[in-house]
Design a protein around this ligand. Structure first.
Ligand code: SF4
Ligand code: SF4
Length: 332
């Protein structure tokens, strides 16, 4: 049975890009060097920034990402420091290449999930999007991680380029031994926002006809599935995560965003300067969170409005949910 995962009131989710360096050049990569910097943060800086976002009275969930975070030579020490700081959960998002023998340097007890990105059920489709050799590296990485006792999740970013293979994922997930499945929807940002790529988004029909049945099938096979809500039903209340949740997206140049859809623009509402977390001057993303429009999410309307449809009366057929709002089907 699917359920909407409400925004947690007493939790902070910290998405920490410890480097923007990567060995791949995925066609939908959202890393934007001009806006996020091209640095790999030194261990000492990562450790001190981790402390800036930790509040003992809240559950703090940490996602370490990049670029490719396993390219950071001190990733194991960062995981250790996160645990010592008090983070309640640590996830590492990886493209699967698992540099610096990371599986031998961290233990399943230190990491809640190793989260692998795969964007096709076949080598042909995945490697067209993520690069030659990536399917093999990623699936091998998943098998090795499962063998070593790690909890493994898989993220499949759905676009019109790989929608046709989503239905083949349930059997692949089982074969790989994956424990959780995240279906993500393509965001029109970073490379996807470059000209000529505005036809990647799915319509509501495509989303519902393809994602829901696959999610149910995966859950029936014993794997919990999470995917973004995207389209709100009539009567469902729209909430902007920037107003009602605590999510921080930290980049190596010190910018801290509350909204991922803002990350292509210098509208971050916070930044780390001289080791301190500071608010940025207006106008910034927080001013957008306050706007109330019939389409729901303001940033969706501004940067990726292709998923909005309008009725004959000129009104949107449905509101677009906050991109941070998820729906989940527990394993059955
Ligand atoms: S693995 Fe991630 S960071 Fe690297 S190019 Fe692909 S999307 Fe970008
Ligand atoms: S995606 Fe939209 S609704 Fe969510 S935080 Fe950003 S502006 Fe707010």
């Amino acid at each position: 049975m699917k359920k909407t995962v409400s925004f947690a009131k007493n939790a902070a989710n910290v998405f920490f890009h410890i480097t923007t360096r990567c060995n791949l050049k995925c066609s939908h990569c959202y890393i934007n060097y001009g806006q996020h910097g091209d640095k790999t943060l030194p261990l000492e800086t990562v450790v001190s920034w981790l402390k800036l976002f930790y509040e003992p009275q809240k559950t703090a969930n940490l996602v370490l990402l990049g670029g490719e975070p396993t390219l950071h030579p001190d990733l194991a020490a960062i995981v250790e420091a996160a645990g010592q700081t008090g983070y309640g959960s640590v996830t590492i998002d990886t493209n699967g290449y698992l540099f610096y023998d990371i599986l031998d340097k961290v233990s399943p007890g230190q990491v809640d999930y190793l989260s692998f990105s795969l964007d096709g059920a076949t080598e042909a489709t995945n490697d067209r999007i993520r690069g030659k050799g990536c399917y093999e590296a990623c699936t091998q990485g998943i098998r090795r991680a499962v063998e070593k006792g790690f909890s493994v999740s898989l993220i499949y970013t759905v676009s019109r380029e790989n929608l046709h293979e989503l239905a083949d994922m349930p059997s692949l997930l089982k074969d790989l031994g994956v424990h959780r499945f995240f279906i993500q929807v393509i965001g029109i940002r970073g490379k996807s926002a470059e000209s000529g790529k505005d036809d990647l988004q799915l319509t509501r029909r495509q989303w519902e006809d393809n994602v829901f049945p696959v999610a149910e099938k995966v859950a029936e096979s014993g794997i919990t599935v999470t995917y973004p809500k995207v389209f709100l039903e009539p009567g469902e209340v729209f909430e902007c995560g920037g107003n009602v949740a605590e999510n921080y997206f930290i980049f190596p140049n010190g910018r801290v965003y509350r909204c991922p859809l803002c990350e292509d623009f210098p509208v971050h509402s916070m930044e780390i300067k001289d080791g301190r977390l500071q608010s940025t001057p207006k106008i910034n993303e927080a001013d957008l969170f306050a706007l109330d429009i019939p389409e729901g999410c303001v940033m969706n309307k501004l940067v990726q409005g292709g998923n909005i449809s309008y009725g004959k009366d000129g009104k949107p057929v449905c509101k677009i949910a906050c991109c941070l709002l998820k729906e989940e089907i527990p394993a059955s």
